[in-house]
Design a protein around this ligand. Structure first.
Ligand SMILES: *Cc1c(COP(=O)(O)O)cnc(C)c1O
Length: 235
């Protein structure tokens, strides 16, 4: 495994700082910080960073590109209690690889992906936790199901034998106040719960907007650069 790009103390200090900010934001919203899962997004960073984060007590990490994800999972190997979250756009022809590596897939945004993940289950695979990614913009290229179709996607996915719908996921639009966008997301989460009552996860909030996400009820934050530092450039 490649060596850690920076001293572990630097990583530890950023992690502690973000966790303190999460706790403050939770208290400000009259929420229990313990009910919020902080996922550290490690994309573009070497596997050694995942190992170091695990040593620091991190149990939830996120990746957004299937090939990098699969390679990193192999390199990191079996770390006790570590959960890998796949947060990137999923392609149906990569469903088996994604399923083999992920504990949770945040990016089910069409029937085809739900069906591909379901069909990719191996005989002894556990049920896979999935979130329905909702598009908060008007641009279909941004990924996510259109809000109008969220109930039908929820109903379809809930009918997939090897998938368990846990809630919704979204990325805030670039050109809108994230607080307003996350308020809409919480109404889409309600719609999903009308179809799948136990689906109470809301995956929202990144480095720039996790405070607003917590205020709007996010249960899972996906935080990259505030913890891992700036992403190394990739060719
Ligand atoms: C990269 C990424 C994040 C983390 O972004 P930061 O701004 O570095 O915190 C969160 N969610 C998704 C879907 C991402 O691709």
């Amino acid at each position: 495994m490649p060596s850690l790009p920076e001293p572990v103390e630097v990583l530890a200090a950023r992690l502690a700082d973000v966790d303190a900010r999460i706790a403050d934001a939770a208290r400000a919203a009259a929420r229990d910080p313990a009910a919020i899962t902080r996922i550290v997004v490690t994309k573009f960073h070497p596997a050694s960073v995942v190992q170091a984060l695990h040593d620091l007590g991190v149990r939830d990490v996120g990746e957004n590109r299937q090939q990098e994800f699969s390679d990193k999972v192999t390199l990191v190997g079996d770390l006790p209690g570590l959960r890998w979250h796949f947060i990137g756009q999923a392609q149906s022809n990569k469903a088996r690889a994604i399923r083999a590596a992920a504990s949770v897939v945040h990016s089910v945004d069409r029937v085809r992906i739900a069906d591909a993940l379901d069909a990719a289950a191996a005989e002894d695979d556990p049920v896979l936790d999935v979130l329905l990614q909702v598009n908060l913009t008007d641009d279909p290229a941004r990924g996510g199901v259109a809000p109008d179709s969220v109930e039908s996607l929820a109903a379809h996915t809930a009918g997939c034998r090897t998938l368990r719908v846990r809630g919704v996921m979204a990325v805030a639009p670039l050109d809108e106040n994230p607080a307003a966008a996350f308020e809409r997301l919480s109404t889409y989460a309600d719609r999903v719960r009308a179809v799948v009552p136990h689906a109470d996860w809301i995956s929202a909030g990144m480095t720039a907007d996790f405070v607003e996400a917590i205020a709007a009820g996010a249960t899972h934050l996906r935080i990259g650069s505030a913890i891992t530092g700036p992403r190394p450039l990739r060719g």
